[in-house]
Design a protein around this ligand. Structure first.
Ligand SMILES: Cc1cc2nc3c(=O)[nH]c(=O)nc-3n(C[C@H](O)[C@H](O)[C@H](O)COP(=O)(O)OP(=O)(O)OC[C@H]3O[C@@H](n4cnc5c(N)ncnc54)[C@H](O)[C@@H]3O)c2cc1C
Length: 336
């Protein structure tokens, strides 16, 4: 829509208001009134919805990645701050609970990146190289919704964790943490909320029964052949089988129950998918230069998302080891 018409007059577009937003203030958002305004058709008239769906694919990819990127920045700020801040006679990154928060942030980031990389690869296949087919497109739709949902959530939780690790300073505008949290919190909302992403996944699953999703996971696990990673492969094979049963179960329910279960199912799909692909990346690192840093990330991911012990690790005295802290938070190489 041109601002000025060919006859030199203003097009009939008025700005009702610029929105006073909680965050993303660097991007102006406004409400426009179009009153018989002139617009030019782009593309084919009947294809509007198709174009919109494709645009949503791009924006959901960007939104999910934005969440992961905010989490990464939040982690960096928190890792540096806690290394220097002294309280109760010690640098605060020596305290186990601080270490646990940092290690868990990084496990989430590594897992989130594993899903992001797979989504980008498939996105390129479908959109950049025009190799869209009945197999890869439903998988891409599922991955985009998973990434949009959980990447966005991660941005918010990591920004909040980083703020808390800064203590009172984290709440003050001289630090970046308030801005991170304000900017992160729009991601779960725009481009479709978490519930809407879960419904999208359900819709795609009911069309293709989740077969491709499960097949992809099994193929990835079949390529894990490093002797030291066999126990992790076996663990995820069991989780994939469990997930397959859950998908079948959900799809057999009536519509009300299906939608009630949609987000829980999406969460498990993301946890399994991210874990399997993090393991794939861990094997790559080990084969490259015997660096097992990401193997530790997989183990931490498992204890974060799949711990079913009733005492939440208390009786096993679960505490963050020096080894895992140095590898995940300080990026030290860990030999296998
Ligand atoms: C800063 C900003 C910029 C934006 N820019 C654009 C833009 O450029 N273009 C554009 O088109 N839109 C834009 N939006 C709109 C944005 O995409 C929507 O606000 C968002 O998708 C949520 O929709 P809604 O506001 O209608 O919420 P609602 O649909 O009213 O949702 C409210 C709550 O109900 C839940 N809910 C709704 N339906 C269901 C259901 N069926 N099952 C379960 N739960 C449900 C939602 O999950 C949510 O928690 C923007 C929004 C913001 C905040």
């Amino acid at each position: 829509m041109p601002r000025t018409l060919p006859n030199g007059k203003q097009n009939n577009i008025t700005i009702r208001r610029l929105k006073d937003k909680l965050g993303v203030r660097a991007v102006a958002s406004g409400e426009l009134i179009l009153n018989k305004a002139v617009g030019y058709l782009i593309g084919i008239e009947e294809n509007g919805f198709k174009y919109m769906a494709e645009a949503l694919n791009v924006s959901r990819l960007g939104t999910g990645m934005s969440g992961i990127a905010i989490a990464r920045r939040a982690f960096l700020e928190a890792a540096i701050y806690t290394k220097h801040r002294e309280a109760f006679g010690s640098k605060i990154n020596q305290y186990p609970m601080v270490r646990e928060t940092l290690v868990n942030m990084m496990a989430e980031i590594e897992a989130g990146w594993a899903t992001t990389a797979q989504t980008l690869k498939l996105f390129d296949e479908v959109h950049t190289y025009n190799q869209k087919n009945e197999e890869n497109y439903p998988l891409l739709r599922i991955l985009l919704s998973l990434l949009k949902y959980r990447g966005s959530e991660l941005g918010v939780s990591a920004a909040k964790d980083a703020l808390e690790l800064h203590g009172g300073n984290g709440y003050i505008e001289e630090y970046v943490t308030p801005r991170l949290i304000r900017d992160a919190i729009v991601n779960p909302v725009w481009e479709g909320t978490a519930n809407i992403q879960a419904l999208e996944i359900l819709k795609t699953l009911s069309k293709v029964s989740g077969r491709k999703f499960i097949q992809e996971l099994r193929a990835t696990l079949n390529a894990i052949d490093h002797r030291e990673l066999m126990a992790l492969r076996k663990f995820f094979e069991q989780e994939v089988a469990r997930l397959e049963t859950l998908i079948v179960h959900v799809l057999q329910q009536d519509e009300y129950t299906q939608t009630a279960l949609a987000k829980k199912l999406a969460d498990i799909m993301y946890d399994v998918f991210s874990g399997v692909h993090l393991l794939e990346e861990a094997q790559y690192d080990v084969n490259q230069d015997n660096n097992a840093r990401r193997v530790l990330a997989v183990e931490q991911w498992i204890s974060l998302k799949f711990d079913r012990s009733e005492d939440r690790g208390i009786l096993a005295n679960c505490a963050i080891s020096e080894e895992i802290f140095n590898a995940l938070v300080c990026f030290e190489k860990k030999e296998l």
